[in-house]
Design a binder for this molecule. Structure first.
Ligand code: NAP
Length: 250
């Protein structure tokens, strides 16, 4: 059992699907109170009912991570619902809008910057402000991508945003370390989720050939790392980016 999770309030963005959903379920199993945040209302309700069916404590908040008022509202409502400050922030919200650079539209570029970069900025800033106000120590875990480290044809927008998230989290770690707030980035390789399911078969085949483990990861194989970085078992770890990629891009 990880220490320092029981009774804490965690806000999980992207909790309606994939990695975020599995992290939310695991945090609830560690007796965290979990605020579930996502644009996808149907997905949120499914995560909520799975947590409730195991006796876990959670509340759901529909919203867009790229909108300040939505994130602020989710943080405020989670705080008042559970009557405590959220000190764990997990950001797994995300989309892809793939196109080769020569064909990429402004809309494809802007939507990725907005969801990933602006979303990460808002989520991290609003969570951190809340912790500083309450003089509480805490942990924020953002999500990068292996594409942000080595690039990926067809993902100039996504790779740029994910590289930005890694640098942003390191800067946040430097600024907020003195206040007892840690910030790290988990860097997934290819993990089986609805996002990865949408990858065309020939690209999947190429990825499998480049991955020493020879398969995509499962959400359960990455979710424990989010919980570890959120817990008091990692209190001297901040500003790192950790790959969970089956050896891809060693
Ligand atoms: P997923 O299954 O598609 O889950 C992402 C969730 O985020 C979905 O419920 C999605 O809602 C929600 N979302 C999208 N835009 C949002 C917004 N503006 N505000 C709030 N919620 C929003 O994807 P995943 O694979 O778990 O991805 C989780 C994170 O890992 C993402 O940051 C992704 O970029 C990153 N990642 C994933 C992989 C992979 O192989 N799976 C690899 C590298 C990095 P909708 O369903 O309505 O879109």
């Amino acid at each position: 059992m990880l220490s320092g999770l029981s009774g804490k309030l965690a806000l999980v963005a992207g909790a309606g699907s994939g990695i975020g959903k599995t992290v939310a379920l695991k945090l609830a199993a560690h007796n965290c109170k979990v605020g579930l945040f996502d644009l996808n209302e149907e997905g949120l309700e499914k995560t909520k009912s799975e947590i409730c069916s195991t006796g876990g404590l959670c509340a759901s908040f529909v919203g867009d991570i790229s909108k300040r008022e939505h994130v602020q509202c989710a943080v405020d409502n989670a705080s008042s619902h559970f009557d405590t400050t959220p000190t764990i922030g997990i950001n797994c919200a995300g989309i892809t809008r793939d196109a080769m650079l020569l064909k990429m539209t402004d809309e494809q570029w802007d939507s990725i910057m907005s969801c990933h970069l602006t979303g990460t900025f808002l989520f991290t800033q609003i969570m951190a402000r809340q912790m500083v106000k309450a003089k509480a120590h805490g942990s924020i875990v953002n999500t990068g991508s292996i594409s942000g480290k080595i690039g990926n044809a067809g993902q100039a927008n996504y790779s740029a945003a994910k590289a930005g998230i890694i640098a942003f989290s390191k800067t946040t770690a430097r600024e907020l370390g003195p206040k007892g707030i840690r910030c790290n980035t988990i860097v997934p390789g290819f993990i089986s989720t609805p996002m990865a399911d949408a990858i065309p078969p020939h690209i999947k085949q190429m990825v499998l050939m480049m991955t020493p483990m020879g398969r995509f990861g499962e959400t359960a194989e990455i979710a424990d790392l989010y919980c570890f970085l959120a817990s008091e078992n990692s209190t001297f770890i901040t500003g790192v980016d950790i790959e969970v990629a089956g050896g891809l891009a060693m």
